[in-house]
Structures are given as structure tokens and as C-alpha cells.
Design a protein around this ligand. Structure first.
Ligand code: 5AD
Ligand code: SF4
Length: 484
């Protein structure tokens, strides 16, 4: 069923309203970009639909981080060949990092793609659609100069805002991590002015968001404020945390070399700032870290973790790990395992190294020399070790009563609600008889944790009916499903 973005509850979009479907891949930057594309196209008269079959315009918002991502994108685009056959007016566009990286090559490889556009071209998307209406196939991959770059403000409409919202604070990255394609596809780092960030958070909160996640490739090097002590990110956290009505603040993703004590103190001092930090380490051996050009050693990383834990003992930590990086020996890998055991992360994301185009590793001629089966075996071992640690960490919540920000109904049962602890642990709990879900969704309620599963916690509502009755009402949200 199509919905115009101007009126999300509209049930009968007229037959001549055009419809758009965006398939999103990849990171939270892409999530944020996808929402902005929906808004821009909504203002241009497009209605959002939930599947490609109903759409006149399909956008694949691509990600370039994973192995063979170009290949996977082309085969995904191939799935639209038949659909286009039956509906010759269907337009297929590709955005995101693969579009930026491959440009015209993508159009040559995949004749079903009508146009490609890079992340900096998103504000022009409605014009690009019109340009294609003349029949032209093209790749729009201009990169906007740092000094000219303008952040696209979110313009959420009442009814479109969920309990949790993303707010971008930065684009691009100035680091030189040898495995990483992001600086090549997203360009130089630009910080969004602090006043714009705060205004966007206020806008989301006034429309019903209760939690905001600030997103950027390396939020710790944010420099959009010019604060006197030079730690702009810690200052930004303070300013955003002061927005009335904001219940919880998160951010992602960090670079350990730029993670400061001031930010660690913010986790201790700001009640709304989550007790969770995603601090990607990538490897546990200083030798590998040097070859990755991460600019910190194992000891420096552990020093920061220890300082953070000393200030906020209960903090939850997560990380990213790459196994099988060029030149990684069994001894290097053993150091990654010992680092997991030493830090005790709550959860990890783990990857096998794969060479990506236009990365420093290729320019440094680092040979992808760890055999595929060794990479696989290391990944399996890493995940085995972490599974036991995660189970132990999740278990520490059992029997505790903790505040949970309720995000919506649980996917596994409509009679259950789901939300997160301040440590980012997902909690499912049954909706008590006589309690209306709408009064609880978007609220911070007390939940007594009764059991820990493999990845989630189970609990029961511990807030009394008097507590629930006293909760401040949330602006009415007409539609709780995510518009994508
Ligand atoms: N190979 C494997 N993993 C990678 N990542 C980034 N580039 C590569 C690559 N070439 C992982 C890193 C990063 C996460 C988003 O993806 O761990 O933190
Ligand atoms: Fe990539 Fe490193 Fe920048 Fe993260 S900090 S986006 S890993 S270059």
C-alpha cells in the first residue's frame, strides 16, 4: 500500500502518484542517507512503498566495505531485469559507496541500472531522477569540496519518527587505516556545525524520538564547535544531552586513538549518555595494528579501556575485529584472542580480511597472504571464544531491575515488547494484561531481568501502574513501522 510521505497515513495514493522503494545496505551512515532520500523524494511527490514490485523508482543504497560488494550489487541489480521487462518505465538507480567507487564502470557492467550517484549527490536526487527522464544514463559521482559541503538536514514529518533516531555529525574520514575503503568513497572528514546537530536532535525529540544516536566514521575527531578545551566531541555530548525530553544518547563509531578521557568522564557524568561504547580495536597485536596504520598499540588501547572502566565500572563494550590481515601470524592471532579475554567485550563484529579497491593496503603492496581456510578457522575460533564471554556478560543482568527504553513490539511475538538497556542489550518482556502498549512504547520503564538468551535478555515489567500513569506523554506517533 503506497503512502505519501506528506501524509504517512494516507491510504489511497492516487494512481498517478509515483512510488519509491529504497533497498538499504551497510552502515548507519547509509541508514541516515536512506531516510534523507525518502524525505527529498517525498517532497518531490513520491510515495514510499514497502516493496520493489509496487515501485516506479527503486534505489539500491550500496555499501563497499564487504568482499565482492560490487559483484553482489550487480547481481542484486540483475534481479530487477525481469521486473523491468514487465514494467519498462521502472527506474533503477544505485547510490552509496559502490556507486561512488565504480561510477561509469557500474553502468557498463549492469545495463539494467539507469543511473548511479555518490553520497555527496544525495541532495540532487530529485534532479537526477528528472535528468534520467530524458533517457540519459549517467554516473553522478562529484565530490563536494570540504569548505562547500552542506549537511542535508533531516525533515522528519509527524508520524514518521520512531523512538530512536540517527543524527549525523560528520561525513568522510581523514584516517589512513590500510584496509579501509571509506576515505576513498566518502572523502575527507567534515564536521557538521554543533548548532545544526542540536537543532536536529530537538526536532526529532519534539516529534517523539526519545533516543538519538550521533553517527560519523570517527566521531571522536569531531571538530564542529571550536570549544576552548579542544575536545569538541565531549562538549557536543554535553550540549546534546541537555536537550529537554531526550532520554538516551548514543554515538557510533569511535576511533581508539582519538578516544579521550573527557569522553570517558561524560559517560560517568551525563545520565542520558548510554553506558555503552563501541570501540573498534581490529586486532590484538601491536605488530598488526602498526601494519593496519591504526596509530595505537595494544597497550595504549588497553590503557584507554582500563581508564574508562575505572570511571564507569559497569560500562558495556563492543568492538570490530578483522582476522587474516596480511602478514598476520598464529602468534598475532593469539594476541587478538587474549585481548578478547582481557577486555571481555559484551559483543563483537568480526570479519575476514578482504582486499578492497583504492585502499592504502593495495598501495603499500600488502599481499593478501593468509590462506582462506586459515582466515575461516581464525574467525570460527574468535567467535567461539567470544560466545562464551558474551554469555557471561549478558548473564550479569539476570535478577537485576534496570531501566529499559521501550522501542516497540518484539518481532517474535505481538504480545511482547522490546527495548534496550543503557548498555545496548536488547530486552524482550511480555505486555502485562491491562497495559496499553502505546502508553509504554517510547518510555523508560523498569524491567526485572529474568533470563539471558544467546543475544537478548528476557524480563518482566517492574514499573507499577502508578509509575506508568505518571510517565510524560509522547507526541502522538501515528505509524510505528519503519518507512523502508
Ligand atoms: N576487510 C575486512 N573487514 C573490513 N572492515 C573494513 N574494511 C575491511 C576489509 N577490507 C571492517 C572493520 C570495520 C568494519 C566496519 O568493517 O572491522 O571496523
Ligand atoms: Fe575506515 Fe579507519 Fe576511517 Fe574507520 S577510521 S572509516 S576504519 S579509515
Amino acid at each position: 500500500m503506497p503512502r505519501t510521505l506528506h501524509d504517512p497515513t494516507c491510504r489511497l495514493a492516487s494512481a498517478d502518484v509515483k512510488r519509491v522503494y529504497i533497498q538499504n545496505f551497510g552502515c548507519q551512515m547509509n541508514d541516515y542517507d536512506t531516510s534523507r532520500m525518502y524525505e527529498l523524494l517525498g517532497e518531490a511527490g513520491y510515495a514510499a512503498v514497502d516493496n520493489a514490485e509496487e515501485a516506479d523508482l527503486v534505489v539500491l543504497n550500496s555499501c563497499a566495505i564487504r568482499e565482492k560488494s560490487e559483484h553482489k550489487l550487480v547481481s542484486e541489480a540483475g534481479r530487477y531485469r525481469e521486473l523491468k521487462h514487465g514494467r519498462p518505465n521502472l527506474v533503477l538507480a544505485v547510490g552509496g559507496c559502490v556507486a561512488q567507487q565504480e561510477g561509469d564502470r557500474l553502468l557498463q557492467r549492469a545495463p539494467m541500472i539507469d543511473f548511479a550517484f555518490g553520497p555527496d549527490m544525495i541532495p540532487q536526487l530529485p534532479e537526477l531522477v528528472r535528468r534520467h527522464e530524458t533517457g540519459e544514463r549517467f554516473a553522478a559521482t562529484d565530490v563536494i569540496e570540504v569548505e562547500d559541503y552542506q549537511f542535508l538536514s533531516a525533515r522528519p514529518r509527524p508520524g514518521d519518527v520512531q523512538v530512536t533516531a540517527l543524527v549525523t555529525i560528520q561525513k568522510g574520514c581523514d584516517n589512513y587505516c590500510a584496509y579501509c575503503i571509506v576515505p576513498a568513497t566518502r572523502g575527507k572528514e567534515v564536521s557538521r556545525p554543533g548548532a545544526e546537530v542540536v537543532a536536529e536532535v530537538e526536532r526529532f525529540v519534539s516529534l517523539g524520538a526519545r533516543e538519538v544516536t550521533l553517527v560519523g566514521q570517527n566521531v571522536n575527531s569531531y571538530h564542529g564547535l571550536g570549544s576552548p578545551d579542544g575536545d569538541d566531541f565531549a562538549e557536543l555530548l554535553r550540549r546534546v544531552a541537555a536537550v529537554p525530553g531526550l532520554v538516551r544518547l548514543r554515538y557510533t563509531t569511535s576511533h581508539p586513538k582519538d578516544f579521550t578521557l573527557a569522553v570517558a568522564r561524560a559517560h560517568r557524568d551525563l545520565p542520558t549518555l548510554s553506558r555503552w561504547v563501541h570501540l573498534p580495536v581490529q586486532a590484538g597485536s601491536s605488530r598488526t595494528l602498526r601494519r593496519m596504520v591504526r596509530e595505537y598499540t595494544r597497550e595504549e588501547y588497553l590503557g584507554k579501556v582500563d581508564a574508562l572502566r575505572a570511571l564507569v565500572p559497569d560500562i558495556s563494550l563492543s568492538t570490530d575485529i578483522i582476522v587474516g590481515y596480511p602478514g598476520e601470524t598464529d602468534a598475532d592471532f593469539a594476541e587478538t584472542i587474549s585481548l578478547l579475554e582481557r577486555v571481555e567485550y559484551d559483543f563483537i563484529y568480526s570479519f575476514e580480511y578482504s582486499p578492497r579497491p583504492d585502499t592504502p593496503a593495495l598501495k603499500l603492496r600488502l599481499r593478501d597472504d593468509v590462506p582462506a581456510d586459515t582466515k575461516r578457522a581464525r574467525l570460527v575460533e574468535l567467535q567461539r571464544v567470544q560466545a562464551a564471554i558474551s554469555r557471561r556478560r549478558l548473564g550479569r543482568w539476570v535478577s537485576r531491575t534496570t531501566p529499559v527504553l521501550v522501542e516497540g513490539r518484539a518481532t517474535r511475538s505481538v504480545d511482547e515488547l522490546c527495548g534496550r538497556t543503557t548498555g545496548n542489550e536488547m530486552v524482550n518482556f511480555p505486555l502485562p494484561v491491562g497495559v496499553d502498549a502505546a502508553t509504554v512504547i517510547g518510555q523508560l520503564v523498569d524491567v526485572r531481568i529474568t533470563a539471558a538468551g544467546r543475544h537478548t535478555l528476557l524480563g518482566e515489567l517492574a514499573s507499577s501502574s502508578a509509575d506508568l500513569a505518571a510517565l510524560p506523554p509522547r507526541p502522538s506517533v501515528r505509524r510505528l513501522a519503519v518507512l523502508r
